[in-house]
Design a protein around this ligand. Structure first.
Ligand code: ADP
Ligand code: MG
Length: 916
């Protein structure tokens, strides 16, 4: 590269250079792009096209933030006061525990954060470029300056581009300029001092194409792009906060005030009883520490993080953590049809042209098969209408077939792939046809318009004018209203018989076929077109109808099962599609969609004519919504939400973004989805499959259930401990449990025993229950009752064992140690009873067959607990730190036996309020 071009790149005046100058500076070719060799060299020189991630919050600060919790303030102050009282060992242990707690929290949070961030960035952005003269898709990180990029609506602009072609191109640059309205782009040369926001011949990295198509040359990549320069402003942070964790935060804050109040009261009462200041201080701290569920925040983070990774394994990438929870309470899933519920493997099976019905043999994209008329091979030369219909499908087409690993595949739209395959079956190929009739221009397919059109040059002998033919394909509605005439079998023009055509469409649609209509128009003089290029206005009317092609798109087998599973789980499934109502309904029926046994279908235009309340009812009762314009998806989501539904909605197009944002869970397709849709979504499906949504719901429900289990497990210990301390003070007895021992129980013991609950596998019943009510409080009445019942049992355990051993042996340390060990024994039994391991054991005792899922986490958790408890009482260092006493074998057995009745208590509670 010359010195001058270097200067130009630095001063970023690309908008001021002519296209020729730009191509010359970047040493590229507009038609053929770069060669692989040049691209590789440039790649080496300029590096990857990505923004260097900038450091987030510093690790030190994040570590210090771990101490920013009310509980930890109490502990730190308690430690300080103990130190002030000269109890240095006590103070050291308290501080040590807070430090360990902060370390655990820090490690866990960092791990969860980086896992989520890694998942989100594992979804790659692709760019369509021209290299070696060929159109290809590459990860956008591989772009180099000089690459020729093709833009289509829905794309994220992959690098800074100087535009060389723009067709109705509109780009949303809000990420860069803050301007939320899309800007119309063109290729005109601009003044050198044109401000960034007005450089209409440039497309900048990070903005989105909202409409039209374009072509541009990469002029800057990575950190050299305009976005790269300001990227300090764009925070890529992943937050670990969800509605649930916020509920937890609020819960623990309220709890804190209550605890502090009671502790103060206790302190005053105790002093009145004649306790010493120091004794009461110990009691108040023990009470405060005992009542707060210290282990809970760690468990919540771990559970959510595990949910995220389990979903990823099942092809659902969570972009926003709250989706993990919301999924579990979804009541309606609105899903796209094509590609999500169906395979998106199109094969043309029926053709109607020149008032004849043809059938097509062969499956998939293998170009082998025949076109039959009345079950006999068709006489090709005598079927002009058929010929034209098939030609239209081949020419008005932006996709192509490729043989990869011995398999034929479509590059582009499968609908178009199917049209190429039929043409190939009768021996017509695109290249030979396009040689005869080169393409001059195209209006690409957009769901909004439901058609695509191409303009071709046709040689004319009669005049020296450039004659052209426009081929159009699209939905029957979009095409027929533009036609006045049609072709008969021999290719003569006759008046359009719309009624017969509609009957034919209906017949095809009833079999679940996707129907496309074809038409053409001859242009005697291309120069007479609106603007020598093709415009929508050019095909407003006077088209000649050529025929119909009906293609099958088989339902995905897993999706059929998943739809059923959702409906059994009380989740409504609705199909939303741009396809024909009858086709959609036929497919919905074959997949088992229904609401109260019916498969009601509405079209977008029916919905558009409805009043507000009528619309809400239709949307609630309907199962299939066909010919729905993308904007209507938003109204569907809103109508469902106004009925109190929790809505999951899929989408892949640019115009789906508002609906995806509005939905409680916006789901984008990782494969077929546009970047705009992905950006707006909460979750991305890597396999575009409906079954993955169902899997994610399952995992979401499991996460919530595991969190409830963790709460139901942790809180009763806090309850039992705080009751013990409170009642002992009120009864003027010795404390059965000291503050340091409480800390041990609530942190060390609770975490080792509760984290395994986060790993609990999904229960077989998880999809047999209706969705959870999202407004249901965290602590439902039945959960509160359970916590109270187990708390009381725990209190009896601690208080009873302590009093008994103290009175019989007079050894207060031994009494406290045995009380704690009995409590932990009870905890182990309780943990078993609420875990799947426990239910498997019970089932096998009863002789019921039960599939045992992976329960190793629980086993490891219990093993660690036992080892830690042995250390806690048998090691003399622990004896002096925690005032414990070693137990003999008999005493161990006694503790175990005393904990055993927990089995009965929890069995009773489980019957009343099953957590599974
Ligand atoms: P969906 O993805 O829900 O099946 P689309 O919006 O893709 O719906 O398609 C709506 C209708 O537009 C289809 O029923 C078909 O008639 C027509 N159509 C689909 N793809 C194309 C295309 N590539 N070119 C022209 N028309 C198309
Ligand atoms: Mg589609």
């Amino acid at each position: 590269m010359t010195a001058t071009s270097q200067e130009i790149i630095q001063s970023s005046q690309w908008h001021h250079l002519s296209i020729q100058e730009v191509t010359r500076h970047l040493d590229t070719n507009l038609e053929t792009g770069l060669t692989s060799a040049v691209a590789a060299k440039k790649r080496e020189r300029f590096g990857a096209n990505e923004l260097k991630s900038k450091p987030g919050t510093s690790p030190l600060l994040r570590f210090l933030l771990q101490f920013n919790q009310p509980l930890l303030y109490i502990l730190l102050i308690a430690g300080a006061i103990k130190a002030f009282l000269g109890q240095w060992v006590n103070a050291g242990v308290i501080w040590g525990v807070t430090l360990i707690n902060a370390i655990i929290g820090f490690v866990q949070e960092s791990k969860a954060e980086s896992a989520i961030a890694a998942l989100a960035s594992s979804v790659k952005t692709n760019a369509t470029i021209i290299r070696n003269g060929q159109k290809m898709q590459v990860p956008s990180t591989e772009l180099v300056p000089g690459d020729v990029v093709l833009l289509a609506s829905g794309d994220k602009v992959p690098a800074d581009l100087r535009l060389v072609q723009a067709r109705n191109l509109q780009v949303n640059e809000s990420a860069l300029t803050g301007e939320s309205i899309a800007i119309e782009k063109n290729i005109q040369l601009l003044d050198i001092d044109t401000p960034l926001a007005e450089r209409t011949n440039m497309a900048y990295a990070g903005s989105f194409v909202t409409f039209g198509t374009g072509k541009g040359i990469v002029v800057a990549i990575g950190d050299a792009t305009e976005t790269g320069r300001i990227s300090q402003l764009i925070e890529q942070g992943t937050s670990l906060k969800t509605p649930l964790t916020r509920k937890f935060d609020k819960f623990s804050r309220t709890l804190l005030y209550i605890i502090l109040g009671i502790a103060a009261l206790m302190f005053a009462v105790g002093l009145g009883y004649g306790y010493s200041w120091v004794e009461m201080f110990e009691a108040a701290i023990a009470f405060a520490v005992s009542a707060i569920p210290e282990g809970l925040p760690a468990v919540v983070t771990v559970t959510l993080a595990i949910g995220v990774s389990r979903m990823a394994r099942r092809h659902a990438i969570v972009r926003k953590l709250p989706a993990v929870e919301t999924l579990g309470s979804a009541t309606v899933i609105c899903s796209d049809k094509t590609g999500t519920l169906t395979e998106n493997q199109m094969t043309v099976q029926a053709i109607y042209a020149g008032d004849q019905n043809y059938t097509v043999t062969g499956v998939g994209y293998v170009p082998q098969g025949k076109i039959l008329l009345n079950e006999k091979p068709v006489n090709w030369d005598n079927s002009s209408a058929l010929q034209e219909c098939i030609k239209a499908g081949l020419l008005c087409n932006d996709s192509h077939l490729e043989k990869k690993n011995g398999q034929w595949q479509v590059v582009g739209d499968p609908t178009e792939g199917a049209l190429i395959v039929v043409a190939n079956k009768v021996g017509i190929t695109r290249s030979s046809l396009e040689e005869e009739m080169p393409r001059l221009d195209v209006i690409p397919f957009e769901s909004e318009f439901q058609y695509m059109a191409t303009l071709h040059e046709t040689s004319s002998f009669a005049s020296d004018k450039k004659q052209g033919t426009i081929y159009v394909k699209g939905s029957v509605e979009a095409i027929l209203k533009r036609c006045q005439q049609m072709l008969d079998v021999e290719g003569n023009l006759i008046p359009l018989d719309a009624e017969t055509i509609h009957q034919e469409v209906d017949a095809m649609a009833h079999q679940g076929l996707r129907v496309l209509a074809f038409a053409k128009k001859t242009v005697p003089d291309v120069e007479t077109l609106c603007t020598t290029s093709l415009q929508h206005a050019d095909i407003e009317n006077d088209l000649i109808f050529l025929g119909l092609q009906g293609m099958i798109d088989p339902p995905r087998k897993e999706a059929i099962k998943a739809v059923q599973a959702c409906q059994e789980a009380g989740i409504q499934v609705k199909m939303i599609t741009g396809d024909h109502a009858v086709t959609a309904q036929a497919i919905a029926r074959s997949m088992g969609f229904n609401k109260n046994g019916e498969v009601l279908a509405f079209t977008g235009s029916q919905l558009a004519q409805m009043g507000k309340s009528e619309l809400a009812t239709a949307i609630e009762d309907g199962v299939v919504f066909a010919r729905v314009a993308p904007e209507q998806k938003l109204r569907i989501v809103e109508a469902l939400q106004s009925r109190g539904e929790v809505v999951a909605m899929t989408g892949d197009g640019v115009n789906d973004a508002p609906a995806l944002k509005q939905a409680d869970i916006g789901i984008a397709m990782g494969g077929a989805g546009t970047e705009v849709a992905k950006e707006a979504s909460d979750m991305i499906l890597t396999d575009d499959n409906f079954a993955s949504i169902e899997a994610a719901v399952e995992e979401g429900r499991t996460v919530y259930r595991n969190l409830l289990k963790a709460i139901a497990f942790i809180l009763p210990v806090n309850g039992g401990e705080s009751m013990t301390i409170l009642i002992s003070v009120l009864l003027a007895r010795e404390l059965p449990i000291l503050s340091l021992q409480v800390l041990w129980l609530n942190m060390v013991n609770s975490i080792t025993m509760t984290v395994p609950l986060a790993f609990e596998p999904k229960s077989e019943r998880v999809m047999q229950k209706p969705p959870r009510n999202p407004s249901e409080p965290l602590l439902s009445p039945s959960l509160l009752q359970r916590i109270l019942a187990i708390s009381i049992f725990n209190w009896i355990l601690i208080f009873g064992v302590f009093e008994w051993i103290q009175q019989t042996t007079g050894n207060i340390n031994l009494a406290r140690t045995m009380a704690i060990q009995a409590l932990v024994a009870g905890r182990i039994f309780y943990l078993l009873s609420i875990s799947q391991l426990g239910s498997a054991v019970i089932a096998s005792i009863r002789g019921i067959r039960h599939r045992i899922n992976d329960t190793s986490a629980i086993v490891i958790g219990i093993a660690c607990t036992v080892i830690l408890q042995i250390i806690f009482s048998q090691w003399n260092l622990m004896n002096s730190l925690f005032s414990t006493a070693p137990l003999n074998l008999n005493q161990w057995l006694i503790c175990l036996l005393i904990g055993l009745p927990m089995v009965i208590v929890s069995a009773l509670v489980n019957r009343f309020d099953p957590l599974d």
